[in-house]
Design a protein around this ligand. Structure first.
Ligand SMILES: Nc1ncnc2c1ncn2[C@@H]1O[C@H](COP(=O)(O)OP(=O)(O)OP(=O)(O)O)[C@@H](O)[C@H]1O
Length: 834
């Protein structure tokens, strides 16, 4: 049974395909830090695990080959101290993984739950120094040869993102990976033996279709259109002209799209030996599985940006083999063409820049090479080589994946998880042959397409890519655990592949599709109809009901659907109405609450405003009062000073009157004396003494006038001052009067209160007199009474008693009278206080 465990402790649940099985494999290989001396024993165990193949009754049982490739550090990784010796290659088959500081594995092992060092064995381990050519030699080269002999093969790379999977499969122009090298080997093998008619095309999963001349033409135009996508990068003579590229090392006539072929070459070869009559034809396809949908990478992308690529369906043919329906399959004549196809497909591949890898593959891409082997003009067999570059298994938080990237990661992890389940189930079935566990191939597109190979229709081999970075240690460990299980998968492959893989050329009635190069339409039709019926996604069509019944069923279903929709609609309306009402109610309540709050707020603000206004008013009054006081203080003149000033004014007035008087007398004198000018112009008979006198008088007059003017000014200013002073005096008088009236009022009040106090005092004295007289009377009475002396109750009690007593004696009457009088007088006296 599969078990889910969280190996990373960071929320990413990874599949542990078969926990029990893993324990038995990995526990044996776990090594404690302190027990390194035990490693040699464990190496022995791992070498036992990698058992050899055996042949039983026409079938070969062989463990799946699992190769490990360790990527060298990049400069950036070295500078960021990723090299912490996490990966130690012990031998060509075993590797040690030592948990670095900060890794989840180390933390867990420190808690005593797991181990800090793990040991794994592989079919072959390739260190970082191994180049692409050596890697090809040491891994899939033999498998490619098997393929050329007619065996199917699947090679897939597995590893965390940025571990070197794409580099291993594709490599670069200068450093080609497994795929270009495999193509070279293939084309080298078929060199001079190519079937260039292009009229035999792979069909469905492993069959062949004969194409008529129109279809051949169509195939050629599809290929030309595809290559036109890379037009700018393609050498003019090799592609555009469509003429053969004779300089090609792979195949002299490989680029020929015309009927010109190297038939002559083949014919000449044919004459050599019968064996040499074999001819080959190669078709390639390239597709990806992205977010659980299959896309043809050789299909041009839609020109409109918002238009999506159309996904292809995975179907099964009559033999139960899965294939991708409507997938483009292109005939290639040499490895160069095949590489161009790869390049075109890569352009359409879903890749993105993640935090760990600048150009990270976000999909599983599968490049398939189909080899048709002819004997004469008849297809002898068809074999398929698929190279699958799996998307990286990764943790979402480490790669900083969000949104679309997160969805991709989810789908990637899911399909890898199912791949893990299938591999674990296969291993389980092998280890316990009495069991036949369900293998969940159909749970993902990837495993559905891998199924034929895993079920014995070919050889699978896995390349595990790892980097040595400390930061991705936990993921790397998980990848290693996965591969430990994969390595135990045993494949059962028929030893006679030629027969078993012969293409299905026969119809159901036993007729061949192709007989001497001519297609048998009847057989093909019957086969096609079978294929259509078995098309997995059209399973509903497998119904054997007559058409009428089917129509009835459809009608019924339609009616039910309508009724269901109506019901749903009514329900939806009701729910919406309920929700609407509830929301309205809520809105109204909140509105009311809000308006109440607003009113309260307004009230409190009004109150605050009034208070502030009052405060300002008081402050203004105070200020005005202070200003008035200051003004009075400024203008205050002492009374003596004032009188002295008045005397000065009087003096000046007097002087002024004196001056006026003098002036008048001068004027009179002047009337008889000519003016200065006239005096100077006097006739010489005017005596000089008079002239002199006139002059002096004139000067005196001027002086007097000046003096008068000055005096007048002084008087004016003094008058003004007097006016101001009298104003101030008046104001002071007024305020004085106010104060005096206030004082008068207060005095009256005090006098009134004094009177009241005097009245009270008089009352008190009267009362005291009354009390003393009453006492005397009481004393006299008590002396004359023959009765026992009464118990002394106190004056007030006695008074009360005598007043309330029913006796009508003269004393009680007197008392009542006096009490009434006292009460009334005290009432009248108390009035002023009320
Ligand atoms: N053996 C190697 N030698 C030198 N460089 C390598 C090797 N393997 C990988 N690289 C380099 O490491 C980088 C990451 O490799 P690659 O893109 O192949 O990783 P990947 O596993 O395919 O990642 P993803 O799953 O994200 O697509 C590339 O720059 C590649 O050139």
């Amino acid at each position: 049974m599969s078990t889910l465990i969280d190996l990373t402790g960071e929320g990413i649940v990874l599949l542990h395909p078969d926990l029990d099985a893993m324990e038995s494999t990995c526990n044996e290989l776990h090594v404690c830090n302190s027990h390194k001396e035990g490693l040699s024993d464990l190496s022995t165990i791992s070498s036992i695990v990698s058992a050899q193949s055996e042949t039983v009754g026409g079938t070969e049982r062989q463990q799946m080959k699992v190769y490990l490739r360790v990527r060298p550090f990049s400069k950036a990784e070295l500078s960021s101290k990723e090299d912490q010796g996490c990966v130690v290659l012990e031998s060509a088959q075993t590797v040690l993984l030592q948990a670095p500081r900060g890794s989840a594995t180390l933390k867990i092992s420190e808690k005593g739950i797991g181990q800090a060092i793990h040991k794994f064995s592989f079919s072959q381990i390739f260190g970082s120094e191994i180049g692409q050519a050596d890697f090809f030699e040491g891994t899939i080269k033999s498998q490619v040869h098997d393929y050329l002999e007619g065996n199917n093969a699947l090679i897939f790379t597995y590893g965390v993102t940025n571990a070197g999977k794409t580099h291993t499969i594709q490599g670069s122009h200068k450093d080609p990976g497994l795929l270009p090298q495999a193509l070279d080997v293939i084309f080298e093998h078929v060199k001079g033996k190519q079937y260039d008619q292009m009229d035999m095309k792979p069909y469905l999963s492993s069959d062949v279709q004969f194409l008529d001349p129109d279809q051949v033409k169509q195939e050629k135009s599809v290929k030309a259109a595809l290559f036109a996508l890379l037009k700018e990068e393609i050498d003019q003579p090799s592609m555009v002209s469509g003429s053969p590229n004779n300089s090609s090392t792979s195949s002299a006539s490989s680029l020929s799209f015309s009927s010109v072929s190297y038939d002559q070459t083949v014919d000449s070869a044919d004459t050599v030996v019968e064996k040499e009559r074999y001819r080959f034809c190669i078709w390639v396809s390239f597709y990806e599985i992205y977010n659980e949908s299959v896309y043809d990478l050789l299909q041009p992308l839609p020109s409109a940006k918002n238009k999506k690529r159309s996904a292809l369906r995975v179907c099964e043919d009559g033999t139960g083999n899965s294939y991708v329906r409507d997938l483009k399959c292109i005939n290639v004549q040499n490895s160069e063409e095949a590489c161009r196809i790869l390049k075109i497909g890569n352009k359409h591949r879903s890749a993105a820049s993640t935090k760990l890898n600048q150009s990270s593959s976000r999909s599983h891409s599968i490049f398939t090479i189909k080899l048709l082997k002819f004997y004469g003009s008849e297809v002898q067999r068809i074999s398929e080589l698929s190279l699958c570059d799996l998307a990286g298994s990764e943790r979402c938080n480490k790669t900083k994946t969000f949104g679309e990237r997160l969805k991709e990661a989810g789908n990637i992890n899911n399909s890898l998880l199912i791949l893990g389940k299938c591999i674990a189930a296969l291993r389980h079935n092998h280890s316990d042959r009495t069991k036949n566990n369900y293998i969940p191939f159909r749970e993902s597109k990837l495993t559905r397409l891998f199924q034929p190979v895993f079920c014995g229709k070919g050889r699978a081999c896995m390349v595990v890519n790892i980097n040595q970075c400390a930061s991705t240690y936990d993921e790397t460990l998980h990848v290693m655990r996965f591969s430990a299980v994969a390595k135990q998968v045993v494949q059962i492959i028929p030893t006679k592949p030629l027969e078993s893989l012969t293409p299905r050329l026969m119809g159901r009635d036993g007729k061949r599709f192709v007989k001497n190069g001519v297609i048998d339409g009847e057989a093909l039709d019957s086969y096609l109809s079978e294929e259509e019926l078995l098309d997995e996604e059209d399973e509903a069509e497998m119904s054997i009901l007559p058409q009428e019944d089917l129509l009835n069923v459809i009608e019924n279903l339609k009616e039910k659907l309508l009724a269901e929709r109506r019901k749903n609609l009514v329900q939806e309306i009701e729910i919406r109405k309920e929700m609407g009402d509830a929301m309205l109610q809520q809105l109204m309540e909140s509105e009311e609450l809000r308006s109440r709050e607003m009113a309260e707020l307004k009230e409190s603000y009004d109150e605050k405003l009034d208070n502030t206004f009052e405060l300002y008013k008081d402050a203004l009054k105070d200020h005005a009062y202070e200003c008035a006081l200051k003004r009075i203080e400024d203008q205050y003149v002492h009374v003596e000073k004032f009188f002295a000033e008045e005397e000065k004014v009087e003096e000046l007035k007097r002087k002024l009157a004196e001056a006026d008087r003098r002036l008048q007398s001068c004027a009179q004198a002047w009337a008889v004396v000519p003016t200065m000018e006239s005096a100077t112009q006097c006739s010489p008979e005017v005596p000089s003494a008079d002239l002199e006198r006139c002059k002096r008088l004139y000067e005196a007059k001027c002086v007097a006038e000046n003096l008068c003017e000055r005096k007048a000014e002084t008087i004016k200013s003094l008058e003004k001052k007097i006016e101001e002073l009298s104003e101030t005096l008046q104001e002071a008088g007024e305020s004085f009067m106010e104060k005096s009236s206030e004082i008068e009022t207060l005095r009256n009040t005090i006098a009134g209160q004094g009177h009241a106090i005097n009245g009270l005092r008089r009352d008190l004295a009267e009362k005291e007199t009354l009390v003393s007289s009453l006492r005397e009377e009481l004393a006299n009475l008590s002396k004359g009474s023959p009765c026992q002396p009464k118990v002394r109750k106190g004056l007030l009690a006695n008074l009360k008693e005598s007043v309330t007593s029913p006796r009508k004696g003269p004393l009680s009457r007197t008392l009542r009278k006096s009490v009434r009088a006292t009460t009334s007088s005290s009432t009248t006296k108390k009035k002023p206080f009320q």
